[in-house]
Design a protein around this ligand. Structure first.
Ligand code: UDP
Ligand code: MG
Length: 310
């Protein structure tokens, strides 16, 4: 029988984990695949690790990796994918926001010849409206300025073949933005729609600023547009200053020199100073990314695990 690896990043999910395993088992009885769970404990501060260890004692098909601290979901994802050994791999949240019953339908699609079957929320029910609003803007923006397409509402919940998983693992960059990476590697992909679900327990680890930072990372990682905009704005202000200097030169020749325009001067200094700082900031963002990449630090550090060497 072919094998399915279920990768689950978990950060402070003590209440959700047991229910998660139960629900997944319940809904995938008919799935003709041998399941193995790969939990990645992302430096939880609650009893998540204890719960996972207990489960792994009771069930033979539960593996875990535990990080030395919180490295973030992207790192947990990559650790899980690296540890996975299945012919098919799926990534799921521990909070059951990703409906396990969809795995059946997803596997049907894979059998039909798709390499990746993703999922897409068609509603954002239960989410703060302000978050949905900014999410909409983000997807509009990034799809306009990046060559890599990012579909609105796509979750990390997807089922993929071993070949796709290996391609993702080939991408060695440290700054990982999964939504973009999956789109970048290509392959025959389809998305199944579903209605948003609320998490069964615990709280989301995202806040507004976390999401804002995540969006900016996504843009910087997958687009050079901010750099081009900075260049363009610089060019336009240079051109304007050329035209204005000719204008003032002629004006002085014709009408003589009257000392005027102090407010204009202040406004212009502030405007140009602001634009310069903004551009330096944008360049700085990219340099910071380069700096981080060149250090070649690992994405995560494992403190303990029940997976033999891989
Ligand atoms: N998660 C993680 N590390 C983190 C934050 C979150 O591994 O630093 C996990 C979390 O346990 C969950 C998944 O990533 O399984 C999605 O997180 P969450 O439910 O908070 O995000 P949302 O569903 O609200 O987008
Ligand atoms: Mg969630």
């Amino acid at each position: 029988m072919q094998k399915l690896s279920i990768v689950i990043p978990a950060y402070n999910e003590e209440e959700a984990i047991e229910i998660f395993v139960k629900e997944v088992n319940k809904h995938t009885i008919d799935l003709p695949l041998e399941k193995t769970f790969f939990f990645v404990n992302d430096g939880s501060t609650d009893n998540t690790l204890k719960v996972i260890k207990q489960l792994s004692n009771d069930h033979e098909n539960i593996r875990y990796i535990s990080f030395s601290r919180n490295f973030g979901k992207e790192s947990a994802l990559i650790a899980g994918l690296e540890a996975s050994d299945g012919d098919f791999i799926t990534v799921m949240d521990a909070d059951l926001q990703d409906p396990p019953e969809m795995l059946n339908e997803m596997f049907v699609k894979i059998s039909e010849g798709y390499d990746v079957v993703g999922t897409r929320r068609i509603s954002r029910k239960g989410e703060p409206p302000i978050r949905s609003f900014f999410a909409k803007i983000f997807y509009k923006l990034i799809n306009n300025i990046s060559d890599t397409e990012m579909v609105d509402g796509v979750r990390d919940f997807r089922l993929m073949t071993r070949q796709v998983c290996n391609s993702i693992l080939e991408l060695k960059e440290n700054n990982r933005f999964s939504k973009g990476l999956f789109s970048w590697v290509g392959f025959k992909t389809t998305y199944l729609p579903y209605e948003n679900r609320e998490r069964i327990a615990g709280t989301t680890s995202w806040n507004f600023f976390g999401l804002l930072k995540y969006s900016i990372d996504g843009i910087v990682n997958f687009s050079e547009a901010p750099l081009n905009i900075a260049t363009f704005v610089g060019f336009v202000s240079f051109l304007t200053s050329c035209i204005l200097s000719i204008f003032y030169f002629l004006k002085t020749l014709i009408f003589g020199d009257a000392v005027q325009g102090f407010p204009t001067l202040i406004v212009l200094i502030l405007l140009l100073g602001g634009l310069q700082l903004l551009s330096v900031g944008i360049i700085g963002k990219y340099i910071a990314k380069i700096f981080l990449e060149t250090k070649k630090r690992p994405n995560y550090i494992i403190k303990e695990s029940n997976i033999k060497s891989n």
